[in-house]
Structure formats: structure tokens, C-alpha cells
Design a protein around this ligand. Sequence first.
Ligand code: ATP
Length: 246
Amino acid sequence: MDREMAIEVRDLVKRFGSFTANDRLTFDVYKGEIFGFLGANGAGKTTAMRILCGLSRPTSGRVTVAGIDSGNPEAIKRRIGYMSQRFSLYEDLTVNENLELYGGIYGMTMKEIRQRREELLQRLSFTGYCETLIQALPLGLRQKLAFAVAVFHEPEIVFLDEPTSGVDPVTRRQFWEMIYETASRGMTVFVTTHYMDEAEYCDRITIMSEGRIVALDSPSALREQHGTASVEELFVKIARPKNTNS
Ligand code: ATP
């Protein structure tokens, strides 16, 4: 059965001078799936994700996102949402003001912004915080709101770069419920994470090590192929950085 593709990557290479951060990556992401991107620090995840988002150009290879070639990054940016690793909301604006600002940037009308804002804030149980400044919100709520902003304009694909980093386990669980809910409405979710338990929540995962893909399949298929009880065990077996002894 042919599945529709959200992302197609063929032989993607990204070099910084003589250093190769992405070494001939080839993979597809299907429409509507939750696709996890795993790897140790420096494995090349953010570098690849920035290329997929149209924020950086590949050195070579072919990348198509939402049917658009990476040679047309502005068109890609209009079809996607992106939640960066660094905090992406305006601290001195309120929740409502941030949504208005980003809605405007994404080309939504004020009427659309108001309608969608109500619906979104209710769904995320955020209605009590509309007039709260971002700087007064705890980290977990900020991350949820950053996610809300990334999907506010209903993009086809949302890219999340370590969205739950530093967040407590309960909020992480709630964050994943938001991801499921979003994917169930047909949006494709591309997510990087350091947390191996979160990898188990993905439909399929890619494990990167030193710029290369070393595994790609569903978590259960990978566990079976490698004879490991968990993705964590699998990760230690095939992707542990060479300079660690543990
Ligand atoms: P992390 O989880 O720490 O963000 P990562 O897997 O996302 O790790 P990248 O940020 O993609 O890793 O970095 C991969 C490698 O490329 C690292 O060695 C990094 O130092 C290098 N790198 C990234 N961006 C640049 C740049 N602009 N110039 C030079 N080297 C870079």
C-alpha cells in the first residue's frame, strides 16, 4: 500500500566547512504520523530539522516538504509550524498578544485569530491565562503555549525540537496528549527528543548517530529486530556516542 508522503529526504548532506553534520540521510515521513528523531547531543538532529523547515540549505541531496522542494524555502515555511529548542514566545506580551502576533505573521485575519484562539485555548485548558504575561508562566505552560503557537495556523506539518526538555513528567505526559490530539486531526508531527520513553509514543523513529541514520522503523519493530526490551536499551546498543564509557 502506497502511503502519502509529508516529507521525502534523499541523500541529504550538510557540511560545515570540513565537518559533516548530516551524512547522506534518506527517509520518508508519512502524512499524519508522529515521527520521532532521536540521537545524542551533536548527532545532527537540529541541523536536519532546520533544513526541513527551510531555515538552512542542504549542501547536497533532495528534500521535499509538503510537496515543495527545499529550493523554495519561503513556500515551505508557509505550510509548516516550528517550535524551536530555544524559547520562541515574547516574554513581555500576554498569551493573547502572542497568539495575535503569530497569527498575524502567519497571515491569519483578526476574525480567524479570535475564533481559533478561543477554540485552541479551551482545548488546551488555557482560558484562565489569556491575559497573563509569558514571563509569569511556569516552564511547562510556556512549552504548551509554544506548541499552540506552532500549530495555530493549522499547518500540514509541525516540527518540534526537544519540546519537553526540562519539563516535569506530568506536563510531559500532557504535552504528548496534545501531540496525539493534533496528529489525530491529520497533522504530521516531526519531533526530536532525548527522552527514550517518549520515543515509544511515536509511530516511527529514526535514530541518528554522528550524522548518520542507524535505525528507522516503529519502536516495536526496532526492539524486535535488535532483541532489546526498550528503545533505551536499543539506543545504548546502537547509538551511544563513542566517547562515553557508561
Ligand atoms: P543537540 O541535541 O545538542 O541539539 P543535535 O543532534 O541537534 O544535538 P546539531 O545541533 O544538529 O546536533 O549539531 C550537529 C553537529 O553540527 C554538532 O557537532 C555541531 O557542533 C555542528 N554544527 C551545528 N551547527 C553548526 C554551524 N552553524 N557551524 C558549525 N558546526 C555546526
